[in-house]
Design a protein around this ligand. Structure first.
Ligand code: GCB
Length: 592
């Protein structure tokens, strides 16, 4: 920046304005908070479309309404009289004008604060897509990247009686983002999960992790406590229903304990959960956790020691009315519909869904595959892109570690097997394993279409191989699927993480007529036949996809900007023919 000229004006001349906001990235800030008391900052916020990023260029958040001599200065914004918008929501569905908007929207809200005895205060932003620059009381607090994981900003030192928060949220698709600029889903924008405020003592439990010790015959539990604000002391852990009351020695801010216990195991038919309390000095954290063991043995997946076949379905986080800001009632409905279809498993594609999903799955008894959006052609040789992807993985695992329903961390979807990709994604798989040895890792891979077999160098680094195959649809020659099955010897469990075909709801025709329910059914019938005679390593299925979802790439007259591979219509009111075929097939597997 050449600021030496007398007529240089930073707010309009400084092209490199973005860099200053990238200097302080908000990463890995997750606090275990499922049962913590929080106050809501959701509701009505003021907002303005800021297509040219003038808030960041001209520093609106500093609210310099006067010049240095105290004379009034004209401003291009008026925070408190801007229009209002609902938080959480996706802006695309709030205003017709915002339907296809990609860029920055500036959100602001004021709130009162008085101290009620707490020493520290944090603001949690559940998720906002994609880049969020945070300002509180005129101060830049940091920038978060990633549209689907939570972040926590400490505001202890900046809070006053009257406060203003400003969030500049930008959903521009970029080559170096995770996901990159090209995906097969709609790029919603906005603060699409809750914004909340948390009051905490000086030293508090930042993270609490608890799970059965793998291979302990379900008789040992391991708990880890990470303290923020103190290095040494003693934490206490109580699980009254199990008669457990134990001390955890904290050293260097961390304490681990392993103890004997015989919990009733969490299972899909009996999703037993235990109330837990952890106390450290003035902080008390509650959790509600199920205990189960998931592992692989040869070609099989074992839940609590028993072989399980994953009768799954993929789903995006979307509803017609709320887009990505799916409500709790909608999530419950999805799980109920999945259970009705005889599913015991759901793949939450292709990015972290709200934490409410895993909380509800814990109660309902549905196994989950959770995923980060390392999708298609990521900029694999770009270090900041890796750090972003890894941070999304860290934030996801920290958030959902205690959810028994989550059995798989997936590090990505359908990426070409290049050297750069192998380094990038194998490092993610290793990171997931290092953070969590109580779950399986996976990735949705592609079939090798030269050799017609499961052949992807990433397979070596994951516990379970996901395979997306579209025989009967993108690859019309169905016989190839049997060839793939025969040619492959993965020596690990394989989940067919996607298969499917498009059908416009209620459109009928012959089984050769594209986009009819009959054609989709035909594809499903062939797939199901193949699975019935499938290889021994086949350990689960998650067809693509539960219900039709918005997709800008799909412009056919029968698509109308929707991906039509749903088994249900977008509003879930209509069940397509293939839904019934899948339901029946899963019913036949229930007792197996
Ligand atoms: C895939 C992708 C998924 C797409 C789907 C399709 O393989 O993983 O995101 O939506 O195919 O419909 O083509």
């Amino acid at each position: 920046m050449d600021t030496k000229t007398g007529n240089f004006q930073e707010g309009i001349h400084f092209a490199g304005f973005e860099a200053q906001y990238r200097e302080k990235l908000i990463m890995d800030t997750v606090i275990t908070d499922y049962k913590r008391v929080k106050e809501s900052l959701s509701g009505s916020w003021n907002y303005a479309v800021d297509q040219y990023d003038t808030c960041l260029r001209a520093k609106w958040y500093e609210e310099n309404y006067e010049n240095d001599a105290g004379m009034p200065y004209p401003m291009d914004f008026s925070f408190d009289t801007w229009d209002t918008i609902k938080v959480p929501s996706v802006w695309n569905l709030q205003e017709e004008m915002l339907k296809l908007y990609e860029g920055t929207i500036v959100y602001t809200k004021t709130f009162k604060y008085t101290n009620h005895g707490e020493s520290r205060v944090f603001i949690k932003i559940g998720a906002s897509n994609y880049q969020t620059v945070v300002f509180v009381n005129k101060q830049f607090m940091g920038t978060h990247l990633g549209g689907d994981t939570p972040f926590f900003v400490e505001v202890t030192d900046v809070l006053e009686k009257d406060n203003r928060i400003v969030l500049a949220v930008n959903n521009t698709r970029r080559r170096t983002n995770v996901p990159c600029e090209n995906t097969d889903w709609f790029n919603y924008g906005g603060i699409h999960r809750d914004v909340e405020i948390m009051r905490l003592p000086k030293a508090f439990i930042q993270n609490f992790k608890i799970a059965l010790v793998p291979n302990s015959d379900f008789k040992k539990i391991k708990a880890a406590v990470y303290i923020n604000g103190a290095t040494n002391g003693t934490a206490k852990l109580h699980i009254s229903e199990l008669g457990v009351s134990t001390d955890i020695k904290i050293e260097g801010g961390k304490g681990i304990v392993i103890f004997d216990a015989a919990p009733m195991l969490w299972d899909v038919d009996n999703p037993k959960l235990y109330d837990i309390e952890v106390i450290f000095e003035d902080d008390m954290l509650k959790e509600r956790v199920g205990f189960r063991e998931i592992k692989t043995e040869g070609e099989n997946i074992l839940l609590n020691g028993n072989k399980i076949f994953l009768r799954g379905i993929c789903t995006h986080e979307e509803s017609v009315e709320n887009g990505r800001a799916i409500t709790e009632a909608e999530i419950r409905q999805n799980f109920m519909l999945a259970k009705e279809m005889n599913c015991n498993f759901m793949r939450l594609a292709h990015y972290p869904h709200t934490e409410k999903a895993a909380q509800i799955a814990d109660e309902t008894g549905i196994l989950l595959w959770e995923e980060i959006p390392v999708y298609w052609a990521i900029e694999f040789n770009h270090e900041p892109t890796y750090r972003d992807a890894e941070n999304q993985l860290i934030e996801l695992i920290s958030r959902d570690y205690n959810r028994a329903s989550v059995i798989i961390w997936s590090v990505g979807n359908e990426n070409a097997d290049t050297d750069d990709r192998l380094v990038f994604m194998s490092n993610l798989a290793k990171k997931a394993k290092a953070m969590d040895d109580t779950r399986l890792t996976s990735a949705a891979c592609l079939v090798d279409h030269f050799e017609y077999k499961i052949k992807d160098r990433l397979c070596e680094f994951v516990d379970v191989i996901g395979i997306n195959e579209y025989y009967g649809w993108y690859v019309p020659d169905f016989s190839k699927l049997m060839r793939v099955f025969k040619n492959s010897d993965p020596q690990k469990p394989v989940i067919i993480s996607e298969f499917g075909a498009c059908a416009m709801p209620k459109l009928r025709g012959t089984k050769d007529d594209m986009f009819t329910e009959d054609k989709q059914l035909h594809v499903f019938e062939q797939q199901i036949d193949a699975f019935k005679n499938g290889p021994s390593y086949l350990s689960g299925l998650s067809p693509w996809i539960f219900y039709d979802f918005r997709c800008p790439r799909r412009t056919h007259m029968h698509q109308k900007y929707y991906n039509r591979k749903g088994l249900l219509s977008p509003d879930k009111s209509h069940k397509k023919l293939a839904y019934y075929a899948m339901k029946e097939y899963y019913a036949s597997l229930v007792s197996k």
